[in-house]
Design a protein around this ligand. Structure first.
Ligand SMILES: NC(=O)c1ccc[n+]([C@@H]2O[C@H](COP(=O)([O-])OP(=O)(O)OC[C@H]3O[C@@H](n4cnc5c(N)ncnc54)[C@H](OP(=O)(O)O)[C@@H]3O)[C@@H](O)[C@H]2O)c1
Length: 247
């Protein structure tokens, strides 16, 4: 039986690469994002890709999408909540709306998707939920107060969710990537160690989900370096973080 997955943030970057790779592997894919044009282009790449235009920050629209999803997909085996945004903020003049926008996409949209879409997984023989967070929250990066905090919240949410889903048969995979070459990182003006091409990153994520990993941090060299930095005295760690600022 053909497997089916839903991928948010599939109009660009990691989500797009995941959609193409799952479709190439014979999965039926429902690609979700706001940009209808880019989704349309994506769906032309494979007969297995369908698309749904949706603003994930609109909770009512996410709830209403359940019936559309049921029409577009025979069932759901894998839900990949990948959509995200990164806005850098200026500490001298905090724009509160930037925090609202970032948390709306990176955190609250995931909570809404879990609430409304998780029940769709229940008919699958191997129901899986994958949540795309980031390694960014492990280390204080400059101007990343909104992004890093939203991903810290998301990682906590996912680990905690997994606990309460124990016994319900749903596998929960928390994915924390390092730097990947996508439109999201192309605006960065700082060094991005161990940055990966997007196709390679997507392939690694697919292997981790398939292997049933609880948490997948990659690339290992960056994850390991950040873990080591967490072991050094706090004051030194703060100095190292300050040394990475671009100004
Ligand atoms: N690239 C990296 O180095 C990196 C590292 C760690 C974690 N991540 C995480 O990986 C995920 C994918 O990032 P990416 O690098 O592939 O970024 P990207 O190329 O900018 O893609 C982001 C995707 O999210 C969608 N999106 C944003 N806001 C949305 C909304 N309100 N409703 C629906 N869809 C929305 C965008 O589509 P539309 O604009 O068409 O809506 C787009 O498809 C994000 O969660 C990001 O935080 C990325």
């Amino acid at each position: 039986m053909q497997k089916c997955c839903l991928i948010t943030g599939a109009s660009s970057g990691l989500g797009r690469a995941l959609a193409l790779q799952y479709a190439a592997a014979g999965w039926q894919v429902l690609a979700i994002a706001r940009s209808g044009e880019r989704l349309q282009q994506l769906s032309q790449q494979s007969p297995w890709i369908r698309c749904l235009v949706l603003d994930l920050t609109d909770g009512a629209a996410v709830e209403a999408s359940v019936s559309q999803i049921k029409q577009l997909m025979p069932r759901l085996d894998l839900l990949i909540l990948n959509a995200g945004t990164c806005e850098y903020v200026d500490v001298a003049d905090f724009e509160l709306a930037a925090f609202d926008r970032t948390f709306a996409v990176n955190f609250f949209s995931v909570v809404a998707a879990v609430k409304y879409w998780m029940p769709l997984l229940h008919e699958s023989t191997r129901p899986q939920l994958a949540v795309v967070s980031s390694l960014a929250w492990l280390f204080p990066f400059t101007k990343a107060q909104a992004y890093g905090a939203s991903k810290a919240a998301l990682s906590y949410f996912t680990d905690s969710l997994r606990l309460d889903l124990t016994g319900q048969g749903v596998e929960v995979c928390l994915i924390e990537p390092g730097f990947v070459d996508t439109p999201l990182t192309r605006k960065n003006d700082f060094a991005m160690p161990f940055i990966l091409p997007v196709e390679q990153a997507a392939a690694r994520m697919i292997r981790a989900i398939d292997a049933g990993k609880l948490r997948y941090r990659f690339p290992k060299r960056l994850a390991f370096s950040l873990a080591l930095l967490n072991l050094v005295p706090y004051r030194w760690r703060q100095k190292m973080a300050a040394g990475m600022r671009s100004e």
